[in-house]
Write a protein that binds this ligand. Structure first.
Ligand code: HEM
Ligand SMILES: [Mg+2]
Length: 289
């Protein structure tokens, strides 16, 4: 798996060079349910779910920031300045990081020299949105941007401890890739998407976790992705989250997707010497060379 700093440091924005957007018609528009009479606008910080005319997309955090009014509640007109302010006020992302993330997403608006995007623009398949999401179905099977409880339940099965490490989320991600590869004839997962995805799985640690220890509380992650809501009493990181921290967390998540183990410390089977080698050809099952 390849990792390039520039791309991987963005949360989910690594495909700027992958697939040029050509204005593939009106993207999907999410119509997340809101209780009758729910307000359609909200003050920064207050939670209010999306109403029928509000745009939402495939990113649980961008939706969350809109639900809390850090981004425009209607999910429209996300300018660079708006994104920097929202990611700063909502989750204490460094302005340089937030600005870079917006820069690498703005091409999603097909207008020349666009100065904003809307959350539903993120829905266009194989531009920023991709297959094997943790909490959304592949576009091939239907809606690619609204939270899907069945898909997310499959992912959350791999969150096997209350305190999550990169291994838990990486296992969930690899499982989603394998499921998609096995069942979706149009499955697509390029190098760029890999980088994009590593940023996504690193993100919950950076927002809700102990960045140094590389841990995050499982219930918080599940609740955030399910409800697109910040936890009650949420306090952002004490110091702004930086590009460097994103890069480090992405590397940790990338390493955690590795399916190999190290031999060191493994007890040999009875009767076999320690550190015996297997046949390199694969035809020597059980034979020691
Ligand atoms: C300008 C800022 C951002 C943009 C444009 C953006 C865009 C996207 C897009 C297009 C996806 C969908 C990819 C897919 O198909 O799964 C996505 C997924 C995701 N994003 Fe963001 N994102 C941004 C910031 C963030 C931040 C700050 C977080 C922090 C928690 C975050 C967390 C996630 C997660 C966890 C996913 C994966 C969801 C899943 O696999 O079901 N994003 N983002
Ligand atoms: Mg997706």
């Amino acid at each position: 798996m390849k990792f390039t700093t520039t791309l991987s440091v963005t949360m989910a924005i690594a495909v700027a060079s992958a697939t040029p957007f050509r204005g593939a018609g009106r993207p999907f528009v999410s119509k997340a349910a809101a209780p009758p009479g729910a307000p359609v606008t909200t003050k920064a910080g207050e939670f209010s779910p999306a109403g029928p005319d509000d745009f939402r997309g495939p990113c649980p955090m961008m939706n969350t920031l809109a639900n809390h009014g850090f981004l425009p509640h209607n999910g429209r007109n996300i300018t660079r300045e708006t994104a920097i302010r929202a990611l700063g006020q909502g989750i204490n992302f460094d302005p340089a990081l937030a600005g870079l993330m917006w820069d690498q997403a703005i091409f999603i608006n097909p207008e020349p020299n666009a100065t904003f995007f809307t959350l539903d623009m993120l829905n266009v398949h194989n531009v920023l949105e991709h297959d094997a999401s943790l909490s959304r179905q592949d576009a091939k099977f239907g809606n690619n941007h609204v939270f899907d409880p069945m898909i997310f339940a499959q992912s959350a099965m791999y969150f096997t401890d209350k305190v999550m490490t990169p291994a838990h989320i990486a296992n969930a991600k690899v499982q989603r890739q394998l499921t998609s590869k096995a069942t979706n004839p149009e499955y697509r997962f390029t190098d760029s998407i890999e980088n994009f995805s590593l940023g996504e799985i690193a993100a919950p640690f950076l927002v809700f976790g102990d960045i140094k220890a590389r841990t995050v509380d499982r219930d918080t992650v599940i609740s955030f992705i399910t409800n697109e809501k910040l936890p009650d009493g949420f306090k952002p990181q004490a110091t702004p989250v930086t590009l460097q921290q994103v890069g480090d967390m992405v590397v940790a998540c990338k390493n955690a997707t590795n399916l190999f183990t190290k031999d060191a410390g493994a007890a040999p089977a009875p009767g076999f010497p320690a550190n015996h080698k297997r046949s390199v050809t694969g035809f020597g099952h059980g034979m020691v060379f």
